[in-house]
Design a protein around this ligand. Structure first.
Ligand SMILES: *[C@@H]1O[C@H](CO)[C@@H](O)[C@H](O)[C@H]1NC(C)=O
Ligand SMILES: *[C@@H]1O[C@H](CO)[C@@H](O)[C@H](O)[C@H]1NC(C)=O
Ligand SMILES: *[C@@H]1O[C@H](CO)[C@@H](O)[C@H](O)[C@H]1NC(C)=O
Ligand SMILES: *[C@@H]1O[C@H](CO)[C@@H](O)[C@H](O)[C@H]1NC(C)=O
Ligand SMILES: *[C@@H]1O[C@H](CO)[C@@H](O)[C@H](O)[C@H]1NC(C)=O
Ligand SMILES: *[C@@H]1O[C@H](CO)[C@@H](O)[C@H](O)[C@H]1NC(C)=O
Length: 517
């Protein structure tokens, strides 16, 4: 009886009624909408959630959720528009670091953040959740003396994995290439490239970006504020919207929780009439083409746009294209342009045969869970390994479009995938089954862990000891060196003794010989 009572207590949903502060500064819709179900669900369970975001949910009936709208910071992003397609690496790095600086400054100078910093003794928070691209906001954990969680809408940067004690081995977990189902088939140049990439990024981060960010933080929090790296290592937990089927099996510690697999999917809504008609009247099926929210189609160069239009003109399928401007000319009959797209509902429509995507994680999840194969035109960051994965898992094709998109290649990729639709569809379905086969839904898992941190006022007991020991100890350099020295000593001793012995025996034999004579 006692056992049953205990078990039933353990399974009653925990209602924490906690005060939670969440800060998600990245001006990108996919970075924000991935967490909407979390904030919504936390507030419905009776927690008071204060959210600083660039894209508020804006649902009045969520009365326990207070949102501060930072949509303004999108204007800082205009500077990097186009660089994703055309820019060189150094211009991209310096533009990105200016972007980060502008965003952090905007946040610290806003009324909402000033208020939060001023009223530190009257307000109380039980948990601070921070998007990990902006670890400076972990200072709120120190201001409110409460535990902190880092969170990310997909897999995170190597530097964050390192701060949490997860493996970031540049050969095994490369940011540059993808291991298809754990099959690491690399050349020496792959491994060298990945290691150099890691070293260069580390160098830039340590000696350029982090000090710059620390200076900005000092301006608002005083000279004594901990460095960015220090702050990062104070986080109690890292919550990642990842899944082994999507990011590959990884060596992560107990303080890193993966909760991915369709977390951002929402309830179906009816489609707008014009889109619905277009989808329904297409007898050969529809291709849906969207490059997501971070890279938009209108930023492509003119040659690419022309090649894309010409390719679509030659196809017997209708194409629904999410394109944000009015500047396209000579559009063929079979293309419909929409500036804004309810993507999840479009992909649910049975007439959609193919998704052409930039390869962002959320678009991939939406396609997979609706049984739709893909053609991927990857741009930067995680899209390149995502595209490789789609191809090597047989879920679609990837088309290289840098610097030039070949009509022939683009067309043949589309025809290959649509032409063998039943084969691709079957593989996508099988893959989706593995993606969804989890003990609890991702939202439940993420919320359980947030409430766990609140209940226990932190999770430092899950901290990986790796982060607190110097590199030489982790690599066992001292142990290996001492064993080596002892071995060397022993070998030398054996060598010396045996030489002595040999001489001794030889001299004995000599004297013996003398005697026998
Ligand atoms: C708000 O929180 C209270 C408990 O603090 C809870 O009873 C109520 O249902 C919540 N309301 C909404 C709309 O989330
Ligand atoms: C707002 O949230 C409530 C509670 O979950 C939900 O019933 C309602 O449909 C939402 N409204 C909109 C416009 O999404
Ligand atoms: C917090 O600070 C604001 C602005 O300084 C002030 O108007 C408000 O009354 C303060 N709230 C509390 C609870 O002290
Ligand atoms: C709390 O606010 C007071 C007054 O603004 C300030 O002096 C103090 O340093 C703040 N404490 C922390 C931990 O930030
Ligand atoms: C490894 O890659 C090479 C060339 O990229 C390929 O020929 C070979 O079949 C691959 N081996 C395995 C086991 O996948
Ligand atoms: C798709 O079909 C074509 C011909 O119909 C064939 O050559 C090709 O190998 C098929 N692709 C796959 C992945 O089965």
């Amino acid at each position: 009886m006692k056992v049953i009572a205990l078990i039933s207590i353990l399974f009653v949903p925990f209602s924490s009624c906690a005060n939670i502060l969440a800060i998600v500064p990245t001006p990108a819709f996919s970075h924000q909408s991935a967490f909407w179900p979390l904030w919504k669900e936390l507030s419905l369970r009776g927690n008071q959630v204060t959210l600083l975001t660039t894209d508020p949910i804006g649902n009045r009936s969520l009365s326990n959720l207070t949102e501060h709208n930072f949509h303004d910071v999108y204007k800082h992003k205009e500077e990097i528009n186009g660089l994703m397609d055309k820019g060189s690496l150094p211009t991209l790095i310096s533009a990105l670091s200016r972007l980060v600086k502008n965003i952090v400054t905007t946040f610290f100078e806003s009324d909402a953040v000033r208020d939060l910093l001023k009223n530190n003794s009257s307000k109380k928070f039980d948990l601070v959740v921070v998007e990990d691209l902006f670890p400076e906001f972990l200072v709120f954990g120190q201001v409110y003396k409460c535990p902190t969680i880092l969170i990310h809408s997909t897999d995170t940067l190597t530097s964050v994995h390192r701060a949490m004690g997860n493996s970031y081995h540049p050969v095994v977990y490369s940011e540059k290439y993808y291991a298809c189902r754990g099959n690491l088939n690399t050349t020496f140049w792959d491994r060298l490239g990945s290691t150099l990439h890691y070293a260069i990024t580390w160098f830039f981060r340590n000696f350029y970006i982090s000090p710059m960010r620390h200076t900005v933080l000092q301006k608002y929090m005083g000279p004594e504020v901990p460095t960015i790296h220090r702050l990062m290592s104070t986080a109690d937990l890292l919550l990642l919207n990842i899944h082994p089927m999507l990011q590959g099996a990884k060596l992560i510690g107990q303080n890193t929780i993966s909760f991915g697999g369709g977390v951002h999917l929402r309830e179906p809504k009816p489609l707008p009439e014009n889109i619905k008609n277009f989808l329904e009247k297409a007898s050969n099926g529809v291709i849906y083409f969207s490059l997501g929210t971070t890279v938009s189609s209108s930023q492509l160069n003119d040659v690419k746009k022309k090649n894309i239009i010409e390719t679509f003109r030659q196809l017997p399928y209708n194409v629904l294209w999410k394109y944000e401007q009015d500047d396209l000319q000579n559009i063929p009959e079979n293309i419909m342009i929409i500036k804004w797209a309810p993507q999840q509902d479009i992909l649910r429509h049975p007439n959609v045969r193919l998704l052409i995507t930039q390869g962002g994680q959320q678009s991939i999840e939406e396609a997979l869970l609706n049984g739709i194969p893909m053609v991927v035109l990857p741009f930067e960051v995680d899209q390149i390994p995502n595209a490789k994965k789609i191809e090597c898992e047989g879920l679609g094709k990837r088309v290289n479009h840098k610097p030039y998109l070949s009509q022939k290649e683009f067309k043949s990729a589309i025809e290959e995938v649509i032409g063998n639709r039943s084969i691709y569809h079957k593989r996508v379905k099988e893959f989706a089954k593995l993606l969804l086969d989890e003990p609890v839904p991702g939202v439940e898992k993420a919320i359980w862990w947030m409430e766990y941190v609140i209940r226990h006022k932190g999770a430092k007991h899950l901290r990986n000891p790796i982060v607190d020991i110097p590199l030489y100890q982790y690599l066992m350099l001292d142990v290996i060196a001492s064993v080596f020295i002892v071995l060397l000593f022993l070998v030398t001793m054996v060598f010396l003794i045996s030489r002595k012995l040999k001489r001794f025996v030889r001299s004995l034999m000599k004297s013996g010989k003398l005697k026998t004579k």
